[in-house]
Design a protein around this ligand. Structure first.
Ligand SMILES: Cc1cc2nc3c(=O)[nH]c(=O)nc-3n(C[C@H](O)[C@H](O)[C@H](O)COP(=O)(O)OP(=O)(O)OC[C@H]3O[C@@H](n4cnc5c(N)ncnc54)[C@H](O)[C@@H]3O)c2cc1C
Length: 484
């Protein structure tokens, strides 16, 4: 191999796409059963404007650059992106002073269009905001996207351009050789000239595997969320922030590109890097803080809760570094917020790093654009009718909450990069993510997986090992699904 990328989050997948422009043998290794299973799956999905990071830090530089790259990137990969703007609210004079500081910091970071607006203007833009608000910093370049669709699309695009992807392959050892490294996984060993460490919360452990002696440690920081039903889609149109604290941007009210609203996240240091549990205390804190920004949110509109883990670290900035003791390994470590926003700029940094080492030869047949499959929910009635006439499985709606048809489901299952697990179908199609949470569609999804792959329904899992959904056949729903 020329390059091994460790980690299939937003950082690893965008780097894979960036490098797939060149004639290189690239392998991306991901320990989970799908890509985007770490922080990239569970975050606020905001493409931050860039007023928050300390000027000249890696975070500041890559945030502002990443934000600029988003529209073109999402358009090429056919991923939703919207510049919905952000309002950072101040409820007293002290907070109003912080807004002035943020505006100045934003100016230094090169963020365009920041302005401080007063109560009447805030309420004119967002009538559901707490009327006790005094001032707000308005950041028009703030946006929203779908982090996991972006990671999936970037990787599919990189794969179309020739890179290799191995899921369920965990890097367990890195051994230096004269020219390059041996990367040992739970399944295989590979000789590679270069390694890119994009291991998220495990990036510090990967550095240790490579023998890097540097006082760097990731301290996982959990953030919990509520998801509100799409009927609340008009609650706010901009992303609503409180005045930030030194460790967190605070609990937010965020519209998503799918039409839901997120409330969260809180920020709590945890010991376990896999602790994605939601807690009563955490969710209570989120509810209290979110309803201070936007009161009168009905609890009956909550359809889900989830938590994500930030890769906080003692370094306080993104650690982007090749160490002398481990030349040929570029580390992206401590990539907490705004890592999603910064990821396209981090991919550029990886490309420049490799260009300094090697004469990279561009592929003549590189395809930078990706075509999206057709999504039933996005089609007009006329378009739907046309498709149903050609293939009636377009008209068989499997997921009623998210309007997903049998045709889309079968085509997605057949894609070589789609893992045959429920979670992968949820991320790619939103199947089972609506109000009923898969109560209606899961038996049909299992039936179709079973037909497509010729395995019994109890073979399939939610997200790979130790997540079995069914252990055997049982009465009504499965039999009903079998009959229809
Ligand atoms: C609660 C929360 C809210 C956030 N909100 C925002 C936001 O609104 N905007 C924003 O810009 N950023 C936000 N972030 C930050 C952003 O989500 C992360 O910075 C970004 O997703 C990090 O991507 P990554 O690829 O570095 O890590 P990950 O997505 O965690 O990917 C790392 C991958 O490496 C794999 N891996 C690890 N070790 C190994 C190994 N040994 N072998 C093989 N594979 C391995 C993991 O399984 C994982 O899939 C938020 C983060 C959290 C948690």
């Amino acid at each position: 191999m020329d390059v091994i990328i460790i980690g299939g989050g937003i950082v690893g997948t965008l780097i894979a796409r960036q490098l797939s422009k060149y004639s290189l043998k690239i392998l991306l290794l991901e320990r989970e059963s799908d890509i985007a299973m770490g922080a990239t799956k569970a975050n606020s999905a905001i493409v931050h404007a860039g007023y928050d990071p300390i000027p000249n830090s890696n975070k500041a530089k890559t945030n502002v650059r990443g934000n600029k790259l988003y529209p073109e990137l999402c358009s090429a990969l056919k991923v939703p992106f919207k510049r919905n703007g952000a309002l950072i609210l101040a409820f007293n004079d002290e907070e109003a002073k912080v807004l002035e500081e943020l505006k100045e910091r934003g100016r230094k970071n090169g963020v365009m269009g920041l302005e401080i607006i007063k109560r009447d203007e805030i309420l004119k833009r967002e009538p559901n905001i707490n009327p006790e608000v005094k001032m707000a910093l308005y950041a028009p370049s703030s946006g929203i996207t779908s982090p996991y669709l972006l990671a999936i699309s970037a990787l599919e695009n990189a794969w179309e351009n020739g890179i290799e992807v191995h899921l369920e392959e965990e890097v367990q050892g890195i051994i230096k050789r004269k020219r390059g490294y041996i990367v040992k996984t739970n399944k295989n060993s590979y000789l590679t000239r270069y390694i890119i460490n994009a291991g998220g919360v495990y990036a510090d452990e990967i550095m240790k595997m490579a023998g890097i002696d540097f006082p760097f440690e990731i301290t996982p920081r959990k953030g919990e969320y509520y998801v509100l039903d799409k009927k609340m889609r008009n609650l706010v149109s901009s992303t609503i922030f409180p005045t930030p604290s030194p460790i967190s941007k605070g609990v937010l009210v965020v519209p998503t590109v799918e039409g839901n609203i997120l409330l969260g996240p809180n920020a709590k240091d945890v010991k376990d890097k896999e602790d994605k549990s939601t807690t009563w205390e955490g969710l209570k804190e989120v509810w209290e803080k979110a309803t201070k920004l936007v009161p009168h949110i009905s609890f009956s509109s909550v359809i889900n809760t989830f938590a994500g883990i930030r890769a906080g670290s003692n370094y306080k900035d993104f650690l982007i570094k090749e160490f002398k003791s481990a030349e040929g390994i570029l580390n992206f470590a401590g990539i907490d917020s705004p890592g999603l926003t910064s990821a396209p700029a981090l991919a550029e940094i990886a490309e420049e790093w490799l260009k300094d080492k090697e004469k990279l030869i561009p592929k003549k047949n590189f395809k930078g654009e990706r075509e999206n499959p057709l999504y039933f929910r996005e089609l007009s009635n006329e378009e739907r009718e046309e498709l149903i006439k050609k293939d009636p499985s377009w008209g068989h709606i499997i997921c009623r909450c998210e309007h997903v048809s049998e045709k889309e489901l079968r085509e997605t299952i057949r894609h070589p990069l789609t893992p045959k697990i429920l979670e992968a179908l949820r991320k790619r199609l939103r199947i089972g993510t609506g109000r009923c949470h898969g109560a209606f569609c899961t038996p049909y999804v299992l039936k179709i997986l079973s037909e497509e792959l010729g395995k019994p329904i109890n073979f399939f899992t939610l997200k790979g090992e130790n997540s079995k959904i069914l252990f055997g056949e049982n009465k009504a729903r499965w039999k009903y699904a079998k009959r229809s």
